[in-house]
Design a protein around this ligand. Structure first.
Ligand SMILES: Cc1cc2nc3c(=O)[nH]c(=O)nc-3n(C[C@H](O)[C@H](O)[C@H](O)COP(=O)(O)O)c2cc1C
Ligand SMILES: CCCCCCC(=O)C(=O)O
Length: 337
């Protein structure tokens, strides 16, 4: 089997996985309208390439909150990599490191955050879910800092678990996370508000990114409450079905941030041309969710590395064909409005 693009990994990954685990990875909420729209929206954005620019070398390297990475393509937090590979997130971390980029490790993990850090050769961020019991949050944030994670990514779009009908039909329940002893990880703190961001900041010296922002209003609130970065995301279409796509939300978030923080993007990235579109609309870098899980299921660390390399190669080619040999040259003028 040859894998020419990241979608080539999807069917073989499904074939290797337990059906309920596959549905958990693949699914969205409700009618999966937002899940599908996240992809479809990229087809409606067209590029305005420039010609006769010297593109002998196209440089995809950059830095994210100060950490150097080989490409503006990071790995989004996704739960329970043990469904895809026996080594779980440790195996993912190895592949991500080989691709020279960054892994955001989920709170809801098959492996302990310390073991993931030990397996990693690249920078890591730690994604945080806040439970009712504050001692869990304090403990996990301090452990992440001690283990060398470079930032905390606070996910804010899960006041309640989304309506995942595939999971209901399969009677699927998420297993306990290896990171903490919480029997039902879908019971988060629904009373969490922007004010808690200040408390979170008091727990750590790490920068805090807020993941799940889709409006300019919330961008301003996040910055007022001390956020160091924003991840524009609708959780891969797994939370509010009918929510705006991440790509539609990106320009207003970028505008509201007015250059005060790095703005990241996730949702539906499957091609290098998707990456260049998101960067042109103001994202500092993008994060990729499901395709990394497909690579992991098919071929472990090598699959993860290859999925990321495919995207990097496609981005590099798109930069050449757009006449934008550096990331700085990827600007809104590349997009037909
Ligand atoms: C199986 C799966 C598990 C996820 N788990 C988490 C999680 O633990 N924390 C989180 O903030 N987001 C989680 N997400 C959302 C991703 O971080 C990301 O927003 C989304 O997958 C991006 O869309 P994409 O899969 O189309 O690239 C999960 C997504 C999937 C598909
Ligand atoms: C509500 C806490 C559990 C979330 C599990 C992981 C996740 O975010 C997902 O989309 O699934």
């Amino acid at each position: 089997m040859q894998y020419f693009n990241v979608m080539d990994y999807e069917a073989p990954a499904q074939a290797r996985m337990n059906a309920a685990h596959w549905d958990y990875y693949a699914g969205g909420s409700g009618d999966e309208i937002t899940l599908h729209a996240n992809r479809a929206i990229f087809d409606h954005i067209r590029l305005r390439p420039r010609m006769l620019v010297d593109v002998t070398t196209c440089d995809t390297s950059t830095s994210v909150l100060g950490s150097p990475v080989s490409m503006p393509i990071l790995v989004a937090p996704t739960a329970q990599h043990g469904f895809a590979h026996p080594e779980g997130e440790c195996e993912t971390a190895r592949g991500v490191g080989q691709a020279g980029t960054l892994l955001t490790a989920s709170s809801v993990s098959s492996r302990r955050l310390e073991d993931v850090a030990a397996a990693a050769s690249g920078p890591l961020w730690f994604q945080l879910y806040v439970f009712d019991d504050n001692t869990i949050t304090v403990d996990v944030v301090q452990r992440a800092e001690q283990a060398g994670y470079k930032a905390i990514v606070l996910t804010v779009d899960v006041p309640r678990f989304g309506n995942r009908e595939r999971d209901l039909r399969n009677a699927f329940h998420l297993p306990v996370s290896a990171n903490f002893d919480v029997p039902d990880v879908t019971k988060l703190k629904p009373s969490l508000t922007w004010r808690d961001l200040a408390w979170l900041k008091s727990l750590t010296s790490l920068p805090i990114l807020v993941k799940g922002v889709l409006t300019g209003e919330d961008t301003i609130l996040a910055l007022e409450h001390g956020a160091d970065g924003i991840v524009v995301s609708n959780h891969g279409g797994r939370q509010l079905d009918g929510a705006i796509t991440s790509l539609e939300a990106l320009p207003e978030v970028v505008e509201a941030s007015s250059g005060r923080c790095e703005v990241y993007f996730d949702g539906g990235i499957r091609r290098g041309t998707d990456v260049i579109k998101a960067l042109a609309l103001g994202a500092h870098a993008v994060l990729v969710g499901r395709p990394v899980l497909w690579g992991l299921a098919v071929n472990g660390q090598e699959g993860v590395r290859h999925v990321l390399e495919l995207l990097r190669n496609e981005l590099e080619l798109a930069m050449a064909l757009c006449g934008a040999p550096t990331l700085k040259q990827i600007t809104p003028t590349l997009i037909r409005r």
